[in-house]
Structure formats: C-alpha cells, structure tokens
Design a protein around this ligand. Structure first.
Ligand code: THU
Length: 156
C-alpha cells in the first residue's frame, strides 16, 4: 500500500487585483446573474466564459417548479457554447453569485454535476479551462484546470 497525495493549486485574488479582462468577465457574469430565473431558491448565479477567439458568452441558472428539471448557470452556459461554438476552445470560466442569501465569507464553488460537465468540455478540447469563482469578501479563487476541482476525472 502507498498513499498518493494530490496537489491542487488555487490562487486567491482580491477583485481589485484581477486583470482588466478578468474584471470585465466578472462584471459580465454579474450582469448575467441579474437575469437568472431563480424564484424557488432565490439564489442567482451568473457564469461567463472567454473563448480563444475572444468571444464572451454568459448564462445563469434556470429553475423549474419540478426542481430537478432546472439547470445551473455553468451547465446552461457550457451546453450553449457546445451547441453554438463546437469548434472553439473555452479558455476560462467565471462563476459569480448575486443573492441576498450570499454569505460574504463563503467560498461558492461549482457543484459536482457542473464540474463533471466542465471536465468533459476540457477533455473534448484538449485544453485546460481556467476556473474562477467567489471566495468571499470581494475575493475570487482561480485554478488553472478542472482537475483541481475534480481530481481523478472519469475517462474511458
Ligand atoms: N447553482 C448554480 O447555478 N451553480 C452551481 O454551481 C450551484 C448551484 C444554482 C442551482 C439552483 O438554481 C440554485 O443555484 C440553488 O442551488
């Protein structure tokens, strides 16, 4: 038997430390969160991604009275990009929260199902996707690949 230790790398930034491009992506994600359809949870999530051709797409969570039929912001966005820009590479994906329920001290990282979908897109494009998400008090966490949020990604 041997123990295997994995190294996951995250960088924490103050929002003010982000590049202008990342600040813009954050603002675009926040803007998208405003149009979330989240009447059941009251928890609006916004997502924005940058493609390698420079295009930015945004989306938000879409809930449903039949709760499991709703979809997270990240998957709404990824499936849209997959459907409309199948040959483009997703360079980075920003996820933000806009809600009275938001606790300024909490980290809000993408859910497991969204991580799995991110992993599929990263694998499909053979290029890492940088993930940026809320880390409380005007901070974000950045990791440079989905593997840091989903070690031992399923592949076959
Ligand atoms: N939600 C997202 O949009 N992304 C996540 O990564 C986690 C949760 C949404 C789903 C639901 O509409 C609301 O947040 C509360 O769970």
């Amino acid at each position: 038997m041997k123990n295997i230790e994995l190294k996951l790398v995250f960088s924490e930034y103050e929002l003010s430390e982000l590049s202008d491009d990342d600040k813009n992506l954050y603002a675009r994600a926040m803007d998208a969160a405003k149009a979330a359809y989240a009447p059941y949870s009251g928890f609006s999530v916004g997502a924005a991604c940058l493609l390698d051709n420079g295009e930015i797409f945004t989306a938000n969570n879409q809930e449903n009275a039949a709760y499991p039929s709703g979809l997270c912001a990240e998957r709404t966005l990824l499936f849209f990009v997959g459907a409309n820009r199948p040959d483009q590479t997703i360079v980075k994906l920003m996820v933000v929260i806009k809600s009275k329920l938001k606790d300024a001290k909490k980290v809000y990282s993408p859910c497991g199902a969204c991580r799995q979908v991110m992993a599929e897109y990263q694998n499909r494009q053979s290029h890492p996707i940088q993930l940026i998400f809320e880390s409380g008090e005007n901070k974000v966490l950045v990791c440079n690949k989905v593997d840091d949020l989903l070690p031992y990604i399923f592949r076959f």
